[in-house]
Write a protein that binds this ligand. Structure first.
Ligand code: SAH
Length: 361
């Protein structure tokens, strides 16, 4: 079968799929993500959303949608921060686009009392100005790989060998216009481009802003690259070894997503590194505030009003058994440093045409 079909079945099969059958996040799972590392991530994205909403004239009936919300941590942190903008909570309804029943249940717990609603696909979201967040969603959508072999492009396939083991193979010849040496690999993500096109069309028709955060490249390198990978227990694994048991991903081609959204009528802003983006949104100031609150002894019998409650799952995955100030410093570094998530992770902002440039990009 083509690689895209294998990836889609492994991740999303109703009974055996990776996401449908488990919560993969956190220290006990296979990988961790920015919102699970620190509440600062979701808070700053929430403020970005609130700013976009204010810039649009604070419309009522806006839809705040998150694609692939995992444990619901990002949405919870974002709503808490965006709720500081007067009128936001009344004007904007949260929607979660999620295929996994297991993770939907988890999201419902994280977002109790916030009026969240669920959709299976972006096409099922209600009408209205769109505010959208997607963190590590696009890397989980099925990719195609085209492999240059014998002077032609062929579809990468997955098949059984003589002993009944899964192996890579070459499928149909594909009409792809590019001349590369044998062995070159080109990846495309038709499912991701379709979602970006839908977002672009909605932003063009009804206004709004979308923020796509993921690991990937700003533009595809000549000669391409094979970025198909499996993660299991926080380590790289063989993507064919245990179908449905490992997280399968590929790097996101941000230029392709931007092109798809622009072709549908939206404005795409220059792709930014996550580190600089978060710095421009004020992550250092937020870290200092949290660190000051954490360093202060808690008043007897009282809570600490200046600090929002830490997220449930939290930073534990990233920074265990450290003192609370160290944990904040370390989370800040992890999210922004070029050798950590600062440059591999990137941010693509999309807006309705004619809207002002959003912060951070
Ligand atoms: N955004 C979260 C989780 C990332 S993991 C975080 O940053 O922690 C990927 C998420 O996308 C999971 O919630 C998974 O169930 C969901 N997902 C994967 N494929 C999907 C699809 N085709 N449609 C909707 N959600 C999907």
């Amino acid at each position: 079968m083509p690689l895209a079909e294998y990836m889609a079945l492994c991740l999303a099969h109703p009974r055996h799929g990776y996401y449908t059958t488990r919560d993969p996040l956190g220290a006990g799972g296979d990988f961790t993500t920015a919102p699970e590392i620190s509440q600062m991530f979701g808070e700053l994205l929430g403020l970005w959303i609130a700013q976009a909403w204010v810039d649009m004239g604070a419309p009522r009936g806006a839809v705040l949608a998150e694609l692939g919300p995992g444990r619901g941590t990002l949405m919870a942190d974002a709503l808490r921060a965006a709720g500081r903008a007067p009128g936001f909570a009344e004007a904007v309804s949260p929607w979660l686009v999620e295929i996994s029943p297991t993770l939907r249940a988890r999201q419902a717990r994280a977002l109790e009392g916030r009026g969240a609603q669920w959709a299976e696909r972006v096409e099922d979201l209600p009408e209205g100005p769109l505010l959208l967040l997607a963190n590590e969603f696009f890397d989980a959508l099925p990719i195609r790989q085209l492999v240059r072999a014998g002077g032609r492009w062929r579809e990468r396939a997955v098949r059984l060998d003589g002993q009944g083991r899964l192996v890579f193979g070459l499928g149909a010849v594909v009409p792809w216009q590019a001349d590369e040496p044998d062995g070159a690999v080109v990846e495309t993500c038709p499912a991701g481009e379709a979602v970006a096109a839908w977002i672009g069309a909605r932003l063009a028709a009804q206004g709004g802003a979308a923020l796509i955060v993921d690991y990937g490249y700003a533009a595809r390198a000549p000669g391409g690259a094979d970025t198909f990978q499996a993660m299991r227990g926080h380590a790289y694994a063989d993507p064919l070894a245990a179908p449905g048991q490992a997280d399968l991903t590929a790097h996101v081609d941000f230029a392709a997503l931007a092109r798809a959204a622009e072709a549908a009528g939206a404005a795409a802003w220059p792709v930014a590194g996550q580190g600089l983006f978060l710095e421009q949104l004020g992550i250092t100031a937020r870290a200092q505030t949290l660190a000051r609150a954490a360093a202060r002894p808690a008043p007897a019998g009282g809570s600490r009003p200046p600090t929002p409650p830490p997220t449930e799952t939290g930073r534990a995955a990233a920074v265990t058994a450290e003192d609370p100030v160290e944990a904040i410093v370390s989370a800040h570094r992890r999210l922004t440093h070029p050798e950590e998530m600062g440059t591999l992770f990137k941010v693509l902002a999309l807006t309705g045409p004619g809207q002002p440039r959003p912060p951070g990009v």
